[in-house]
Design a binder for this molecule. Structure first.
Ligand code: OGA
Ligand code: MN
Length: 308
């Protein structure tokens, strides 16, 4: 069957709390408005979509982001630019501003042959770029080279369900409250270039976002936590430090429970994941540092965060 027709399109839900594989789509070829609408509907229903067997160059990846609302430059890029790196000089500042290269290869193209290298590290649960004023609506991650049974599995967690399943007292405790999001550290927990470690909440200068946000795609409420680092870091604006830390601890325990998740545990070159960054979080297992992993990511242009 020809790709990108309604006859070819099929949806296979993961059977877990979120995630579905979509067959019959090739983003390297034209995607008509009705097909795009069908994929959007599947995205709204399943939060994370897996497409397989694709071979998209960076321009095609950015065109795909365009189908879902446009591209957005990653927040992390600016720190490397500020530190003096030029476009195309390092994987941290890719040639195209809308693309991030997520890899354990160094800028010389060789494996970063240390377990401790940044690109080999596990990534804790997070949503992308919650530390910017208008975080991206979604993300696209396209596998170019993946390790074989060598880690780098990517998990997603359904934050609509996290909100809906909150005990009544926790729901009441976060009603109308905001988190100020820490922008000092990257997803592995290391300080970003040009940043110094915060010593109190006054040093946390990222934006405040509502703890419960509404996703305009579905009208549903989702828990919106961002990232979790050791204090001093992100905090609940309306509470003092101790109360904030205690409540954030409870929320994070609740939001990362196994029955809210689905894991893409068999990455294959050519896979493309599309996630909704408003209502999911994701995490990654560590990578076998003897095997290359190269992923190209595009973020989807955000809309202002809507409070519940
Ligand atoms: C990301 C991310 C996960 C992975 O690209 O935003 O968190 O599996 N990556 O590399
Ligand atoms: Mn991420």
């Amino acid at each position: 069957m020809t790709a990108n027709t309604l006859e070819a399109l099929s949806i296979e839900p993961s059977g877990k709390a979120l995630g579905a594989e979509i067959l019959g789509i090739d983003f390297a070829k034209p995607v008509s408005a009705d097909i795009c609408e069908a994929v959007m509907a599947a995205w709204a229903d399943h939060l994370v979509l897996l497409f397989r067997g694709l071979s998209l160059d960076d321009d095609q990846l950015l065109e795909t982001a365009g189908l879902f609302g446009g591209q957005q430059e990653a927040g992390s890029r600016g720190y490397f630019v500020k530190a003096g790196f030029k476009a195309g000089e390092t994987n941290n500042v890719a040639t195209r501003p809308g693309v991030s290269i997520i890899t354990n290869l160094g800028d010389d193209g060789k494996l970063e042959s240390r377990k401790a290298a940044f690109g080999n590290q596990p990534l804790k649960w997070h949503s992308d770029n919650s530390y910017v004023e208008v975080p991206p609506t979604g993300g696209l991650l396209h596998a170019h080279i993946v390790p074989v049974n060598g880690g780098g599995e990517t998990s997603f967690s359904n934050q609509y369900l996290a909100y809906e399943r909150l005990p009544a007292d926790l729901k009441a405790a976060i009603d109308g409250k905001h988190i100020r999001h820490d922008d000092h550290r990257n997803t592995t927990g290391r300080l970003r270039p040009t940043m110094t470690a915060p010593t109190s909440r006054d040093d946390i200068t990222g934006p405040s976002h509502p703890i419960v946000r509404v996703n305009p795609l579905t009208g549903r409420r989702a828990l919106y936590l961002g990232r979790h680092y050791e204090w001093p870091s992100s905090f609940i604006v309306e509470l003092d430090d101790d109360e904030s830390e205690a409540l954030l601890g409870e929320l994070w325990d609740h939001a990362t429970q196994d029955d809210l998740t689905w894991t893409h545990d068999n990455w294959t070159a050519g896979d493309l994941l599309l996630w909704d960054n408003r209502c999911t979080m994701h995490a990654r297992t560590p990578i076998d540092f003897t095997q290359p992993r190269v992923m190209h990511r595009a973020l989807i242009k955000g809309d202002p965060v809507i409070a519940a």
